[in-house]
Design a protein around this ligand. Structure first.
Ligand code: FEO
Ligand code: CA
Ligand code: CA
Ligand code: CA
Length: 665
């Protein structure tokens, strides 16, 4: 998710979480890229009448004879998931399928080092936070140590901070005017440099050694790899934009060094065991005025900069665009971290383009090149993939760590005939010329969104995780929702107007070639409640009332190639359920059937999902628990996971294992 806007000292016209939702749902794509009209039915008919296994009771909501046929086929078929489904609902704690344990592994404020202080929410400082697990865990990755499945490094992004839930005596429930009516609202307190420094220290990521002992995972305190990365950690910049004038600042006249990474949403672990942290809603951290006459003005507008959601710019000039405009060009990248070397300098890879990266999941292609998939999570923005120039060498890790410096970035154009074309973002090709404002490849990657606009990429319903499946050669693209898409703007790949519940697209790369520039696609699922005809959801009718979900966000593929989907936003949309992880059948007659495996406490979002290499552990991240209603430090919607008076809710990573051992589900 997202980002906090409205963290100023004035009364908000919306609650902090409404503002975050609105901000994440921000749309700044004013390009004239065409939509294709109401042609989704043609895509479905093609699948129904030409497609082999007919899969998907993809049309279940219309309850046609065709769908009924698919449904009985689905009910007769054997599922690939055999856990007892969790009952959907909303309450103060988490729930996992019967027969599984869901153990809290790491909470915000937990010690990471032998000298870490105990967490004391009443006495937070930046110094203590720097030695503790950060806030709002999002992406979770597992890097085995010595090839083990029960001992490794957990790498975790800390996406953003909820000041209203973190800081005592800070936010208050008060009154404010909304549309001429006085309403209760959360009113933020006054930010000080001290609070901003805690926020900066709570961002970034954590590397922590973990080990399974007697069937339970434990962090290894003071493990030699343990590390906190924050909004202050020094990083280098590589790739085509490194050293470019647009990246130079007063602090860094070379344009190659930058302090910190922010709003790291999802990410990935590379085939060579490094951690990719994706910078998402970076715009919110910049404040100040950007004059219209400034050469960056138009590009900044396309990126929503300045978003002015945090108060960092009041204390750090680099976050004030009127004082240091180029600083904003130094965020919005994919950051590579070597978790095996806690002294290593993280690298911002500009070759992968600058946008609101949700994640960056990679795979070794059959020709040895590495392909990285990325979504730009904003409504009407794009899906990308990056193909390295060089090849993965299993025997040369140092060389692999240069692979993301050079390659081709592509943006997706989804055609209504079921073809997806990957259009290269290469300076000098097509419209990406000086005449159109692209003077070099640096301009192309810094303004990747504008390059996508120029190429006519397909405007999507907020692309989140894009996940290749190494078992099947397919790629799953989560599109979380886009309530602003008008009915006349629907197209084949974004088939619903006012798309409240999102959908999932399945891409089949041609001949299993992930570097292919022409592939095929279809809609795997249209999400939402299939019992409400107007929603137009397409879960198979074998899906129970607990089994459907809305707002797919992140996903993971287990060791058997099965798809697991984590959601963001079910809490807020009257679905009668919190977010959670659902197991989704993608193959055979059960395709399109979904089952609830785990759900989060009230107010939380489900992040992270990550399996260890043997899939006998499923790590999930519970983000912003208690963020519902009118939440403040004093009045959270839950005090999960500690449930102690005075202890705020704590975002936490949870390790799920099967009682008695064995693979998940
Ligand atoms: Fe950080 Fe796109 O959710
Ligand atoms: Ca999310
Ligand atoms: Ca999201
Ligand atoms: Ca993922």
């Amino acid at each position: 998710m997202n980002e906090i806007i409205g963290q100023d000292n004035t009364a908000l016209s919306q609650t902090p979480q409404e503002i975050r939702e609105a901000q994440e749902d921000y749309g700044s794509n004013c390009s004239a890229n065409p939509t294709m009209g109401d042609i989704i039915h043609r895509r479905f008919s093609r699948r129904g009448f030409l497609g082999g296994s007919l899969a998907v009771a993809a049309i279940a909501s219309t309850v046609s004879p065709l769908a009924l046929g698919a449904a009985s086929e689905a009910q007769a078929a054997s599922p690939s998931f055999n856990f007892d489904e969790v009952e959907a609902g909303v309450d103060e704690t988490h729930h996992v399928a019967r027969g599984y344990d869901a153990d809290i592994l790491l909470r915000w404020g937990d010690k990471l080092f032998a000298d870490s202080p105990e967490f004391d929410p009443m006495a937070q400082t930046a110094a203590t936070q720097l030695r503790q697990f950060g806030y709002n865990n999002d992406y979770v990755g597992f890097v085995p140590l010595d090839g083990a499945a029960d001992h490794g490094l957990l790498v975790v992004n800390h996406e953003y901070t909820n000041a209203e839930l973190m800081f005592p005596n800070f936010a208050k429930v008060g009154k404010q005017m909304v549309d001429g009516k006085e309403e209760d609202a959360v009113i933020m307190g006054e930010f000080t440099k001290e609070l901003v420094d805690i926020e900066m220290a709570a961002h970034g990521g954590t590397v922590v050694e973990i080990r399974k002992v007697d069937g339970k995972w434990r962090p290894v305190l003071d493990g030699k790899y343990n590390r906190r990365i924050t909004a202050m950690t020094e990083m280098s910049i590589s790739g085509p934009a490194a050293g470019h004038d647009r990246l130079k600042t007063k602090d860094d006249p070379t344009g190659t060094r930058v302090f910190g990474t922010i709003n790291n949403c999802a990410g990935g672990v590379t085939p060579w065991g490094t951690w990719l942290m994706a910078e998402e809603n970076i715009n919110g951290y910049f404040g100040g005025e950007m004059p219209e006459s400034h050469p960056e003005h138009a590009a900044f507008k396309r990126y929503g900069i300045p978003g002015d959601n945090y108060k960092w710019h009041a204390f750090y000039d680099r976050f004030d665009v009127s004082k240091e405009p180029n600083e904003a060009n130094r965020f919005g990248w994919v950051v590579e971290v070597d978790p095996m070397d806690p002294t290593s300098t993280p690298v911002k890879h500009t070759a992968l383009g600058r946008f609101k990266h949700e994640g960056c999941e990679s795979i070794v292609n059959k020709d040895g090149r590495v392909v990285v998939y990325c979504g730009d999570d904003e409504r009407f923005d794009y899906v990308y993939k990056f193909v390295t120039a060089g090849k993965f060498n299993p025997d040369d890790r140092a060389a692999n760590m240069k692979l993301l410096d050079e390659g081709t970035l592509y943006v997706a154009k989804f055609h209504e005939d079921g073809v997806v074309e990957w259009l290269p973002l290469i300076h000098g090709q097509g419209p990406l010329t000086e005449a159109n404002g692209f003077r070099s490849q640096a301009d192309v990657v810094i303004n990747a969104r504008l390059a996508g606009d120029a190429l006519g990429a397909t405007k999507m319903d907020r692309p989140e995780d894009v996940q290749p499946n190494p078992k099947t050669g397919k790629v799953y693209c989560m599109l979380t929702n886009n309530s602003k898409r008008k009915d006349e703007q629907v197209d084949a790949a974004n088939p619903r107007g006012k798309n409240k519940f999102g959908h999932i697209i399945e891409i089949t790369e041609t001949d299993g070639d992930f570097a292919s520039t022409k592939s095929t696609w279809e809609v795997l699922l249209k999400c939402g409640d299939p019992s409400v005809a107007d929603v137009g959801a397409s879960f198979s009718t074998a899906t129970t009332a607990n089994g459907w979900f809305g707002m797919p966000d992140n996903c993971a593929i287990d060791v058997d190639g099965r798809l697991w989907v984590a959601t963001d936003g079910n809490n807020k949309k009257d679905t009668g359920r919190t977010d959670g992880v659902w197991a989704v059948e993608t193959e055979g007659p059960m395709r399109g059937t979904s089952k609830l495996f785990f759900r989060v406490p009230v107010g939380a979002e489900m992040c992270g999902p990550c399996f260890n290499p043997t899939s006998d552990t499923f790590f999930v991240a519970v983000q912003h628990p208690g963020d519902a209603g009118l939440p403040t430090f004093e009045t959270p919607a839950t005090r999960w996971p500690d449930f102690k008076d005075g202890m705020p809710p704590r975002p936490s990573v949870v390790a799920i294992t099967k009682q008695g051992g064995g693979k998940i589900a």
